[in-house]
Design a protein around this ligand. Structure first.
Ligand code: TRP
Length: 365
C-alpha cells in the first residue's frame, strides 16, 4: 500500500493568499517532489452546497475559478488527479455507512463546525448536511485511502473525526480503510494567514483577501491599505512587528533572496524586523517590499492563468478525465467496503450456494 495524498477546497470563491500559504504552495511542492505514490486534489462542491443549497450557480462558477487557480499555481494533471467531488457517487455511499459509526454529540463537539455555525447564524437552524459534513469529509479521505492530508490547522478536528471513523470501521467490519494524518504547513506563521485588515483570518466574507488572480494594481492597492502597527505614527518611532499584518505576510512569503533583490540594505527579514523595532523604518517602505515579494510570486501564476483562460473547454476536459480516474479508485475501495460490511449480496457466490444448500435441506426434511 502506497503513500497517498488527498486534499481539496470548497469551491465557494476564488483562491487567495491564505489558501496559497496554507496549502496550495505545499501541494505543488509535494506533487513535484514525487515522494508520494498518488496525489488527489479535488473541489468539494458537495460540501460547498451544504451551506449554499440555494446557490448552485455560485458553486458552478467557482468550479472553473478554482480549477484555474489550481492549474496556474502549478498543479499538473499529469502528476496529480484533479476531480470534482459530486462526480464520485461512491463518496456519498461511504458517507451513509459512516453515519452509523459516529454519534451526533461527537460531531457537535467539533470546534471548526461550531465556529462555522456561529459565523453563518445557523444556531437554531442547522442544515443536516452542514452539520454532518465532517462525516462526509471523512468519507472523502477514506474513499481514496489517503495516508496524508495537507491542510490548515482548522482542518485538524476533521481529521480527528476521520481517524476515529476509520478506526471504528476497521474494528467493526474488516481492516480495509486507512487512518489518515494531517500535514500542516511548515511555517508556523503561515498556518493561519490574517486578512489585510489584520483580522484573524483571510476570508472572502470579511473582504480582506488578496486573490491569486488579482492583477498587480489591485495587489498594490490592497497592500497599501494594509493594517500595520497603529501606534507607529512617525517613521522614527519604534514599531511593533507582532500583530503587524505586513510582517506576518513577509514571514509567510519572503525569502533572503527577496532582500537581495528588493532591499539589499538588509540581508534577512530578521534584520529588517530589528531595525523596524528600533525605529526609523517607514511602513510604506515595508509595504513596497511586500508588494515586490508578492508580485514576484504571483507573476508566473498570472501568466499561466492567462494561458489557461484561452481554452476553457480543455479545463473541463481535464476535470472530467480526473473525475473518471478518481472514480475507478473509489469503486475499488467501495467494493472492499461492501464486502467487509456483508452487503455484497450479488458477488458472494459462496454465500449464495450455502444458502441454497440450507433451504434445499430444509425442503428435504
Ligand atoms: N473542508 C475543506 C475546506 O473547507 C475542504 C475539504 C473537503 C477537504 N473535503 C476534504 C480538505 C478532504 C481535505 C480533505 O477547505
Amino acid at each position: 500500500m502506497g503513500k497517498i495524498i488527498l486534499t481539496g477546497d470548497r469551491p465557494t470563491g476564488k483562491l487567495h493568499l491564505g489558501h496559497y500559504v496554507g496549502s496550495l504552495r505545499r501541494r505543488v511542492e509535494l506533487q513535484n517532489a514525487g515522494k508520494f505514490d498518488k496525489m488527489f486534489v479535488f473541489m468539494a462542491d458537495v460540501q460547498a452546497l451544504t451551506d449554499n443549497a440555494e446557490n448552485p450557480e455560485k458553486i458552478r462558477q467557482n468550479i472553473i475559478e478554482v480549477a484555474l487557480d489550481y492549474l496556474s499555481a502549478g498543479l499538473d494533471p499529469t502528476k496529480c488527479t484533479l476531480f470534482i467531488q459530486s462526480q464520485i457517487p461512491e463518496i456519498s455511499e461511504l458517507t451513509t455507512f459512516f453515519m452509523n459509526l459516529i454519534s451526533v454529540s461527537r460531531v457537535q463537539r467539533n470546534p471548526t463546525v461550531k465556529t462555522e455555525i456561529q459565523m453563518r447564524n445557523f444556531e437554531s437552524n442547522i442544515p443536516m448536511g452542514f452539520f454532518s459534513y465532517p462525516v462526509s469529509q471523512a468519507a472523502d479521505i477514506a474513499t481514496f485511502k489517503a495516508t496524508t492530508v495537507p491542510a490548515g490547522e482548522d482542518q485538524e478536528p476533521m481529521l480527528e473525526v476521520a481517524r476515529e471513523i476509520v478506526r471504528r470501521f476497521n474494528q467493526v467490519y474488516a481492516p480495509v480503510l486507512v487512518e489518515p494524518t494531517i500535514m500542516l504547513p511548515k511555517k508556523r506563521m503561515a498556518r493561519r494567514l490574517p486578512g489585510t485588515d489584520g483580522k484573524e483570518k483571510m476570508s472572502k466574507s470579511l473582504g480582506n483577501c488578496i486573490y491569486l488572480s488579482d492583477d498587480a494594481d489591485t495587489v498594490w492597492k490592497k497592500v497599501k491599505g494594509m493594517y500595520t502597527d497603529p501606534k507607529h505614527l512617525n517613521v522614527s518611532d519604534p514599531g511593533c512587528v507582532k500583530g503587524n499584518a505586513v510582517f506576518t505576510y513577509l514571514d509567510a512569503f519572503s525569502t533572503d533572496d527577496d532582500f537581495a533583490d528588493f532591499w539589499p540594505e538588509f540581508k534577512t527579514l530578521n534584520e529588517l524586523k530589528t531595525a523596524y523595532r528600533r525605529g526609523g523604518i517607514g511602513d510604506m517602505k515595508c509595504k513596497k517590499l511586500l508588494n515586490d515579494v508578492l508580485n514576484k510570486m504571483l507573476d508566473p501564476i498570472r501568466k499561466r492563468r492567462q494561458e489557461f483562460e484561452q481554452d476553457i473547454p480543455e479545463i473541463y476536459n481535464i476535470l472530467k478525465k480526473g473525475s473518471e480516474a478518481a472514480r475507478e479508485t473509489a469503486a475499488q475501495t467501495l467494493s472492499e467496503v461492501k464486502t467487509a460490511m456483508q452487503i455484497n449480496y450479488f458477488d458472494d457466490f459462496k454465500y449464495i450456494c450455502n444458502q441454497a444448500e440450507r433451504f434445499k435441506q430444509k425442503a428435504e426434511k
